[in-house]
Design a protein around this ligand. Structure first.
Ligand code: DNO
Length: 398
């Protein structure tokens, strides 16, 4: 498996040499400064490649794009989308021409990953990301005041949400809003409450089926180009895998993934296996998903979560938490062996330690939430240990 590391570009407080020190060689990045819907030119792509390769002794290469974002109008199916589809395809062609051939993206409406706490203090002083069901409900029901929101919440969670809201200060509420909006590093779209209400209104007529149709249309538009230029598209699952703010989420479980895979049945239409996102769904079994969709996995995020019965969850250490990481790694190594035996050239699966706690000197550094240096280095080291051990015991190629 190719060890990779997300880097947000020159503004990332975790520099490129840290990636080498952590033991990764693949860089996962995006041109975060280019607005959604605008073509990524060859020039801009080459500029980023040159930054990554500036010190050849680090041995780094741009391995995966995360993300090439999909414009909200495509998700909503709003107006004439020809130019947006053309631009997306052109970006794919340009990336392929520059040798960057794996593209991670998501199809989550309005918000990307969502948490309610970015600095949950752990014993010893480390810090983790958390999703508290009652805080999210407080936001949805009492701050956003979304009609019907209260009916979707279990009574015990609603009572706790109301209590939270009643004792909250203006500062608490401001922090909760900005935490919920934090999931888009480098993104342009952050909303206040009125702005968010406006975004939600765009989805008024769009239920699960309509959103699935818009997604299938996107796939029909771009997958033929991916096939033509050798790009592997890899959809990232919803995080968390549940509806938020009444919006449909359609990449949350095995059934959803099966729909996506069938919408355009091509190997180029693939998956980012994110064990943390999928693992936050009570009914999801990440090792089984890894096995069942193995041939369509093009990129992997390894991370673990510990769930509470009320729907809350915390980002756990990479090897503890609810997901059997050893079983996931074994499934991935088996799939690699299959690809290698079939004579595939790029049989190695790129994976990255997804998120890490803030540990030791990470604290106060101002890294993007989840993207600390030491926390991720620890996660990568643990996963690397599992990978090497399982490969050796089972006689599989690494
Ligand atoms: C969070 C990430 C996601 C991911 C996008 C992919 O840390 O895993 O934000 O990059 O959803 O499009």
């Amino acid at each position: 498996m190719e060890q990779t590391w997300r880097w947000f570009g020159p503004d990332d407080v975790v520099p490129l040499h840290a990636i080498r020190q952590a033991g990764a060689s693949g860089v996962v990045t995006a041109l975060h400064h280019i607005p959604y819907g605008v073509v990524w030119s060859i020039d801009e792509i080459e500029k980023r490649k040159a930054q990554i390769g500036a010190d050849p002794s680090l041995g780094l290469r741009w391995s995966v794009v995360e993300s090439l974002p999909i414009h909200e109008r495509i998700k909503v199916g709003e107006g004439d989308l020809t130019a947006l589809f053309d631009n997306y395809r052109q970006s794919m062609r340009n990336l392929a021409a520059c040798g960057v051939k794996t593209i991670c993206y998501n199809f989550m409406p309005v918000v990307d990953w969502t948490r309610t706490e970015l600095f949950h203090v752990l014993p010893g002083g480390g810090r983790a990301l958390r999703f508290n069901a009652h805080e999210y409900a407080a936001f949805d029901c009492f701050m956003l005041e979304r009609p019907g929101a209260k009916d979707e919440v279990e009574p015990a969670v609603l009572a706790k949400a109301e209590a939270w809201y009643k004792q909250s200060t203006e500062e608490d509420r401001r922090r909760l809003l900005s935490t919920i909006m934090a999931g888009l590093p480098g993104a342009f779209d952050r909303y206040d409450i009125p702005g968010l209400r406006q975004q939600l209104a765009r989805y008024a007529g769009i239920d699960r089926d309509a959103l699935r149709q818009n997604y299938a249309r996107f796939l029909r538009e771009v997958i033929p180009t991916a096939e033509e230029v050798g790009i592997r598209m890899a959809v990232h699952p919803d995080d968390p895998p549940r509806s938020l703010m009444g919006l449909p989420r359609i990449v949350s479980n095995a059934d959803d993934l099966a729909f996506v895979m069938k919408a355009v049945d091509s190997r180029a239409n693939g998956i980012t296996l994110c064990t943390g996102s999928l693992g936050a769904g009570r009914a999801n079994d990440p090792p089984a998903i890894a096995r069942d969709f193995a041939s369509r996995i093009h990129f992997v995020h390894l991370r673990n979560v510990a769930k509470d019965p009320d729907g809350s969850f915390m980002e756990a250490d990479h090897l503890t938490g609810d997901t059997d990481m050893v079983a996931v790694v074994e499934a991935l190594l088996n799939e690699q062996a299959r690809r290698k035996a079939a004579g595939e050239e790029n049989w190695r699966l790129p994976f990255r330690p997804d998120h890490g706690h803030e540990l030791l000197d990470d604290i106060g550094k101002g890294s993007f939430p989840g993207y600390s240096a030491i926390g991720r280095l620890k996660g990568l080291a643990e996963i690397r240990g599992v990978m090497i051990a399982v490969a050796k015991l089972k006689g599989l190629p690494i």
